[in-house]
Each structure stands twice: as C-alpha cells, then as structure tokens.
Write a protein that binds this ligand. Structure first.
Ligand code: NAI
Ligand code: MG
Length: 397
C-alpha cells in the first residue's frame, strides 16, 4: 500500500520541523509519496490568501496531511483569517485528539498517560459573536452551539478510540449544572452513546464538571485516561494537559473528520527561534506517529515513538528541553535509531549481521550476502525475516 501524504510546513519553525518529520517517516520504510502545499501568514502576504484553494485540493486528494504551524500578524489585517480554523471547517475535522504521557525525562511526574478528545466543530467557537448597544454601553454576545449530531459523533469517536486503543475509562467533562441546555444536551447525548455500547470489554464512563476537571488536571493528572469534552473546555484542558508531557516541543495532535485527517505539532511558528536550526522536531515527529496510527501503520508509529523516547533518554535535547542539540542532531539520532533497528537483524541460516534497505515490503525475498540463503520478509515494521519457503520445482516428466 502506498500513501499520498500532503505536507503543509507553513510559517516559522514549521519550515524546519516538517522536513524533519518527513525524513523520519521515510526512515520507517513507509511507502508513500509527498506533496507539498502552501499555507499561513507568509502565504497570505505572497498570495492574498492564507489557505489557497489548491492547498485544500491537495489536502483532499491526499490520504493524510501533516501541518507545521502558521503564524499570524501582530495587528489586525483585513481579509486574514486563521487557515487552521478554515482547514478544520472545510474538511469537517470534528475531533481533536491530544495524547499526553510522561516523557522519559528527569524530574517529570510519572504515571501520566491520557488522551484529551475535544469536539472541534461547534461549541463556543462556531456560533459567532455579535456586539450591540451604544459605543459606551456595548453588549457582546457569543453563541454556544451544541447539537445532538455533533455530540453523538464525538461521543462515538471517543468510544471507538477507547476501545481501539484498549483504554479503560472515558471521563465526560462538562458544566451541565450551570449550562443546563447546552452542556445538558452534550452530557445526555454522550452518556446515551456509552450506555448503548456493545462488546465484551465495556469502556467505563464517568463525568466531571470542568472546574473540578481543571483541579484534577493540576493535582492528580494520573487519574485521567480518556477525556471527552466540548470545544473551548477541550482547548483549555488539552493545553494544561500538555504541560505534563514535557511541553510544547513534544506535544502532538490529530484533527480527524469522517474522511480526512490533519496531524500537527501543538506548537506555533515560534518566531523567536525560527531560522536558527534549534527547533525541537520531536513534536512534529510525534504528530507523524499519530498519522501512521491513523493509516493503520501502528507498528511504524510505535517505532517512531520509541525513537523519540530514545532521543529523550539519550539526552539529545534541543534548548527548549535545556540542551544544546540542533534540530538536525535530534533528527540524525532518530533516523539512526530507526535504521539501526533493521541493521541489527541476523540471518536465520548463518547468523551473519544483515544491513537491510529501509523500503522492504512484505513477501519480498532478500538473499543473505554471506551464505546466499533466501530470506522472506514476513513483516516490515520492525523487519522480521524467515527462510524463504522452498519452491517446489516442476521438473516435468
Ligand atoms: P509558539 O508555540 O509558537 O511558541 C511558544 C514558545 O515555545 C516560544 O518561546 C517558542 O520558541 C517555544 N517553542 C514552540 N515550539 C517549539 C519547538 N518545537 N522547539 C523549541 N521551542 C519551541 O506560540 P506563540 O509564540 O504564542 O505563537 C507564535 C505564532 O504561532 C503566533 O502567530 C500564533 O498565532 C501561532 N500559533 C500557531 C499555531 C498553529 O499553527 N496551530 C498554534 C499556536 C500558535
Ligand atoms: Mg490552544
């Protein structure tokens, strides 16, 4: 299976971390073709739009998309609107998924492994705002839109996610004691979806008011497994959660719709360090791991995560983690780790060490350079070999 991956590096350090993630994807041996498209503030300045139509087309034609970051002007610019929001709306990327776990770094709180699933298409961000009244007596109103449809699909997504990833518990976060109608509808709908689940390993659902959830996020983050919540609550809680995961240099997220998905590091364009070659590429590489999971290439995703952890354990740290490594040095470590995994293979016949190409495919036959035995690739990530079955030759009569 070969995939088309659309890359949207965007602004600032997006231009540095997306090429790194691309190189890491290639090093997993994934069969894919990359297409690159324009997005962001620099794109707006060049072309008058931050999200050109041809970018949307490229994203729609690709199997998956990896976005770097987009910058924004420091002042209000007519005609400029966030292309990230535009992308989410155009592709109806209704679920935002942010996994957070304790990173293998010194001084980190152990035992944290949670996923925040945020409804991405409605809530306070989709209803629009208006201002009425005289200039000195204004009244601003924001509309909070919650629908049965939107609540049902995010609940179903959270349930499927929990079952697929063997998670035990989903915590529904809301404020239905005050927002009785909007949060009430969200709560009722989510609980109904979980009540109707089938299967032998039911996912436990519990609920927390958002203020209590914020308290637990600070005091006892290890209690969380999967969180499902509305747009604004999810935005805030997921940022708070990512502090437990080693910060912005490591946090990755997925924006998933019914047909398309866009993966991105959580960080922005980081203008303060852009162009200096010191951006941490591990958030973008972790986003690439989520992309692989989405494609069903979970063992390649696991290998990327293992390589990220290995870089952290080995102390190959960029300045955001207190080190002095460059983007290129971190990437080089990750690539070496990924390729060494394959070169540590030995021939099952003569036990010679094998150096294998990164782009093996299942079923391929590779000869051992030492003994000449034909080895069949039975799995590619990580590579597993066995002696190729003897072919019954037909000698004729
Ligand atoms: P930011 O995430 O770009 O940077 C915050 C701080 O973290 C900076 O000190 C930066 O140097 C550091 N940092 C972030 N990522 C890093 C990495 N990979 N390696 C090392 N250090 C890293 O957030 P900020 O400064 O608030 O926003 C900058 C621009 O990015 C703004 O124009 C903002 O609108 C945009 N932005 C875009 C996002 C996106 O594309 N999804 C998300 C957040 C902000
Ligand atoms: Mg945010």
């Amino acid at each position: 299976m070969s995939y088309i991956i659309c890359l949207l590096p965007g602004d600032g350090i997006g231009q540095e971390v997306i090429p790194a993630a691309r190189a890491a994807l290639i090093a997993t041996g994934l069969r894919c073709r990359f297409v690159e498209a324009d997005i962001g503030w620099a794109c707006f300045q060049r072309r008058g739009t931050a999200l050109p139509n041809e970018t949307l087309t490229a994203v729609r034609q690709a199997d998956v998309t990896l976005l770097g970051a987009v910058g924004s002007p420091s002042h209000r610019v007519t005609g400029y609107r966030s292309p990230v929001v535009g992308l989410r709306q155009a592709l109806d990327l209704y679920a935002c998924v942010r996994p957070v776990r304790t990173p293998p770094l010194e001084g980190q709180r152990p035992g944290i492994d949670m996923v925040v699933i945020r409804e991405n298409s409605e809530g306070l961000y989709a209803g629009g705002e208006e201002v009425t009244g005289a200039p000195d007596d204004r009244r601003a109103v924001a509309h909070r839109i919650i629908t049965s449809h939107g609540s049902r699909r995010i609940a179903q997504f959270a349930l499927d996610y929990a079952q697929h990833h063997r998670r035990q518990r989903v915590t529904l976060v809301h404020k239905a004691n005050v927002l009785r109608e909007s949060c009430g509808l969200f709560r009722e709908t989510v609980l109904a979806v979980f009540a109707g689940q089938v299967g032998t390993n039911p996912v436990v659902v519990d609920e927390l008011l958002v203020d209590t959830a914020a308290y637990h996020m600070v005091r006892s983050p290890e209690r969380f497994d999967v969180i499902v919540t509305t747009n604004l609550f999810g935005d805030i809680l997921s940022d708070a959660a990512s502090a437990w995961g080693g910060g912005l240099g490591l946090a990755a997220s997925a924006n998933i719709g019914a047909e398309r998905a866009v993966f991105e590091p959580v960080h922005g364009s980081a203008p303060d360090i852009a162009g200096r070659g010191i951006a941490n590429p591990l958030a973008a590489i972790s986003a690439a791991a989520l992309l692989l999971d989405y494609l069903g290439e979970t063992s390649r995703g696991d290998r990327l995560r293992t390589a990220v952890d290995a870089a952290l354990r080995a102390g190959i740290h960029t300045p955001d983690l207190g080190g002095a490594a460059t983007t290129a040095e971190v990437l080089a470590f990750v690539i070496t780790h990924l390729t060494e995994e394959n070169s540590a293979m030995t021939c099952p016949e003569c036990e010679a060490t094998l150096t294998l190409p990164a782009d093996l495919i299942e079923g391929e036959i590779v000869p051992c350079p030492d003994c000449g035995a034909e080895l069949e690739v039975t799995s590619t990530s990580p590579v597993q070999l066995q002696l190729a079955p003897m072919v019954e030759e037909d000698w004729g009569e």
